[in-house]
Design a protein around this ligand. Structure first.
Ligand SMILES: NC(=O)c1ccc[n+]([C@@H]2O[C@H](COP(=O)([O-])OP(=O)(O)OC[C@H]3O[C@@H](n4cnc5c(N)ncnc54)[C@H](OP(=O)(O)O)[C@@H]3O)[C@@H](O)[C@H]2O)c1
Length: 290
């Protein structure tokens, strides 16, 4: 299951999975783009099935509805890729009252992830991945303020915080999964930079620059997806790894550096605990039985 598979890196990941013959679930917010993506993937996928699930990460209600649908339709999941995201958007709160960037990129992604752990644990070698960014290095997220927008609002700070929350959460979830002897492997990856639709929304100068120059200057989505695919679809890296391109912005997948801030287990614990409180969710791992 891949979130945000209608565009950019998510579409590349879904295509790679389909080409490998996987049964792919694309969890996306627009019914029209879902259908277009399904048809595109079916052309690529002679062996696997392509299914769509409606998921709007803007609201916790939509995530809960998606979780109900997923549990009704599937008994287990092998791989869940948290890829959907927004970057440098205009200041806004989601319907649950939290900063919209943090809601879409981190809070809802964590709600979805925690809600599918039971399905993942029924699979033989399950993997759960999150998508972060090199900009996580710029974040000094205070867990107590996790749901609040930067004040005064700065779109890149909001994005950096959400990507640091993704990374700190992935690392902490993996620590807790291992403590619980869960079969689940949890990793984080980043693509470097890639020409996608990311950053095109919004009325800031940087959005204008991204829209006009990004497509001409940045590596392709296919290049960017390589590290995300390595984390999600291979067992080259153990749980708790951060996978990214060998160069700062591009290159072949390797183990990327995590900021000391995001790597700090105490910080990870605080970020995850605060997140679970805001999304009103409980983390339950099952013991490995074999
Ligand atoms: N591209 C880069 O340089 C770069 C660098 C570092 C990290 N990343 C990360 O890579 C991930 C993918 O980004 P991308 O570059 O592929 O961007 P993209 O082309 O803009 O794709 C983003 C995807 O997320 C979906 N999405 C956005 N808001 C959503 C919501 N509320 N609910 C459900 N889905 C939503 C979009 O759906 P719609 O089609 O409906 O809009 C789209 O499928 C993001 O997490 C981003 O932070 C990207």
């Amino acid at each position: 299951m891949i979130t945000g598979a209608t565009s950019g890196l998510g579409q590349q990941l879904a295509s790679l999975a389909a080409l490998r013959g996987a049964d792919v679930i694309v969890a996306v917010r627009s019914p029209e783009r879902a259908e277009r993506t399904r048809l595109m993937l079916e052309d690529l996928a002679p062996r696997g099935t392509i299914s769509t699930v409606h998921l709007d990460l803007t609201s916790f209600d939509s995530v809960q509805a998606a979780l109900a649908e997923i549990h009704e339709r599937w008994d287990s999941l092998d791989v869940v890729v948290n890829n959907a995201g927004v970057m440098a958007i205009d200041e806004a709160l989601g319907p649950d009252g939290f900063d919209l960037t943090m809601t879409v990129n981190h809070l809802s992604a964590t709600l979805l992830s925690v809600g599918v752990i039971d399905l993942l644990e029924r699979s033989s070698a399950p993997r759960l991945t999150f998508t972060s960014s090199v900009v996580h290095w710029l974040s000094r997220l205070r867990p107590g303020l996790l749901g609040e927008a930067p004040s005064p609002y700065r779109r890149w700070v909001a994005y950096a915080r959400s990507k640091e929350a993704n990374l700190a959460t992935a690392l902490e979830l993996d620590r807790r999964a291992r403590d619980a002897n869960s079969p689940l492997t949890i990793l984080c990856a980043h693509p470097g930079v890639a020409a996608t639709h990311l950053g095109h929304e919004g009325h800031g100068l940087s959005n204008l620059v991204m829209r006009s120059l990004g497509p001409h200057l940045l590596p392709t989505a296919q290049q960017g997806a390589a590290s995300l695919a390595e984390a999600a679809f291979t067992d080259s890296y153990p749980g708790g790894s951060f996978v990214g391109p060998s160069g700062l912005f591009a290159g072949s997948p390797h183990r990327a550096r995590v900021s000391a801030y995001a790597a700090d287990p105490r910080h990870g614990r605080e970020v995850l605990d605060r997140t679970l409180a805001l999304i009103d969710a409980q983390l339950v791992f099952n013991l490995r039985t074999s």
